[in-house]
Ligand binder design. Structure first.
Ligand SMILES: Nc1ncnc2c1ncn2[C@@H]1O[C@H](COP(=O)(O)OP(=O)(O)OP(=O)(O)O)[C@@H](O)[C@H]1O
Ligand SMILES: [Mg+2]
Length: 252
């Protein structure tokens, strides 16, 4: 069985005059179904580059990216759009809700091509909005909601097509810390229900809410592991202590 997301030596290079910018530099990693992973790193470290590749919005310069066992690098524009619709749900910092449509209509939009009847589309969109606690706002316009509520609606829109992966790029970036935690709580709930969540953030306090952290620096992975390990949240210029204190057995 292949992983849901699999990067094998993925590179994304940009030629800028005489220099080559290595936005992704031989990145290899796997994300399995049901994981909650945060991709972190400073500005310019390659987070959006990875997100765009994972999200089939861009393809690697070299290396292979397989989504659900399918090689994305060899796909044309139409195939990329198709696999995106089929397997991915996106959440961005800006909620990108259409202002003239009600929440229900906004959330129904991704289902237009799903081959469902109108009443099924309705039902699914309603359920998705209920899942994020907006079951009582179906007929409201986005402008009648708070920022946190709009972001929850955009989560419902990402969910409604039952994607294999929920991809969130700085989903709390435009929210105050309390509302941000609320939105994060919804992502955690979705993960507990079995969804695969990939979260991009530059904020360590957000990243530690995931199970696993992948930290990027200059287009390379410098940490990949448990989000609770101390080295998961250190800054790139951190120099590790030479020696850890030796634990005495039975001294607890
Ligand atoms: N289209 C492009 N052309 C040239 N260089 C690019 C392009 N896109 C990204 N880069 C460069 O690739 C590197 C990684 O950029 P990326 O957008 O992935 O960083 P990021 O981690 O998302 O940063 P931020 O936190 O600021 O969003 C940067 O040095 C950036 O300047
Ligand atoms: Mg970015």
């Amino acid at each position: 069985m292949s992983a849901l997301i699999e990067f094998d030596s993925v590179c994304k290079y940009y030629q800028m005059g005489d220099t080559v910018v290595k936005a992704a530099d031989h990145i290899s990693m796997k994300i399995e179904k049901g994981e909650f992973v945060a991709i972190v790193g400073q500005s310019g470290s390659g987070k959006s580059t990875c997100m765009n590749i994972i999200g089939c919005l861009d393809v690697p310069t070299s290396g292979t990216y397989k989504l659900n066992g399918r090689d994305v690098g060899s796909m044309d524009k139409n195939e990329l759009a198709e696999i995106r619709n089929e397997l991915l749900g996106f959440i961005f910092q800006q909620y990108n809700l259409l202002p003239k449509l009600s929440l229900l209509e906004n959330v129904e939009l991704p289902l237009v091509y799903a081959g469902l009847s109108r009443s099924e589309q309705h039902q699914r969109a309603k359920e998705a909005l209920e899942q994020v606690g907006l079951g009582n706002k179906l007929d409201n316009k986005p402008s009648q909601l708070s920022g946190g509520q709009q972001q929850r609606a955009s989560i419902a829109r990402a969910l409604v097509g039952r994607p294999a992966v929920i991809l969130a790029d700085e989903p709390t970036g435009a929210l105050d810390s309390h509302t941000g935690r609320e939105v994060l709580g919804i992502l955690q709930k979705l993960h507990k229900q079995g969804n695969t969540v990939v979260l991009i953030t530059h904020d360590n306090s957000i990243a530690v809410q995931a199970e696993r952290i992948i930290r990027l620096e200059d287009g390379r992975i410098v940490y990949d592991g448990d989000s609770h390990a101390p080295e998961a949240v250190v800054q790139p210029n951190y120099i590790p202590q030479e020696e850890e204190e030796t634990e005495q057995e039975g001294s607890v």
